[in-house]
Ligand binder design. Structure first.
Ligand code: HEM
Length: 147
């Protein structure tokens, strides 16, 4: 297996790790642990940054795979994929604004935007895992194309 062929699996692990940090960050703030919330959210942002680098590298070298499933599952897969890609683009400025507001101490403004950023970010992470499972594990694409 080449380095590029490993990237889809690395990306799925990074997505799963980001979802865990997001969940932890949410639980921390709801239980009043602000420092732990800060650490978990900065962790989630770092992991998502690594994901972005890995994802762009994969897209640069690998073809876009056509989903192998047919019928209703195919329609469902593409609905999730399109919503995942659209929200993944929207989440980048949303997360940046949420972070800037928190790091500059504007916590009321932070809280207002965070109520959107957190669920959208979580959806993007979980739907990314779903797309990975469907494309590479349940209806495997032809990995030979990755070398
Ligand atoms: C993009 C990353 C972040 C996201 C998605 C996020 C998400 C959230 C969420 C969902 C809440 C709870 C809002 C509610 O009660 O309904 C919150 C509150 C809070 N966050 Fe963050 N957070 C992030 C980064 C940070 C960072 C880096 C810090 C520290 C510098 C921080 C400090 C706080 C504080 C202090 C509150 C409580 C505000 C209050 O109750 O007045 N957050 N955040």
């Amino acid at each position: 297996m080449t380095a590029i062929a490993i990237l889809p699996h690395v990306n799925a692990v990074l997505n799963a790790a980001a979802a865990c940090f997001l969940m932890a960050g949410f639980i921390f703030i709801r239980s009043g642990h602000r420092d732990a919330h800060r650490a978990a959210m900065l962790g989630a942002a770092s992991i998502s940054g690594l994901f972005l680098i890995s994802y762009v590298t994969l897209r640069f070298y690998a073809p876009i795979f056509v989903f192998q499933g047919l019928g209703a599952v195919r329609i469902f897969y593409y609905i999730v994929l399109v919503s995942h890609v659209a929200l993944a683009m929207a989440i980048v400025p949303l997360v940046a604004m949420t972070l800037v507001r928190a790091l500059t101490g504007r916590f009321d403004a932070h809280k207002r935007i965070a109520r959107w950023a957190w669920p959208v970010w979580m959806y993007v992470s979980l739907s990314g895992i779903f797309v990975y499972l469907m494309l590479y594990q349940i209806y495997p694409a032809d990995m030979a194309a990755l070398g």
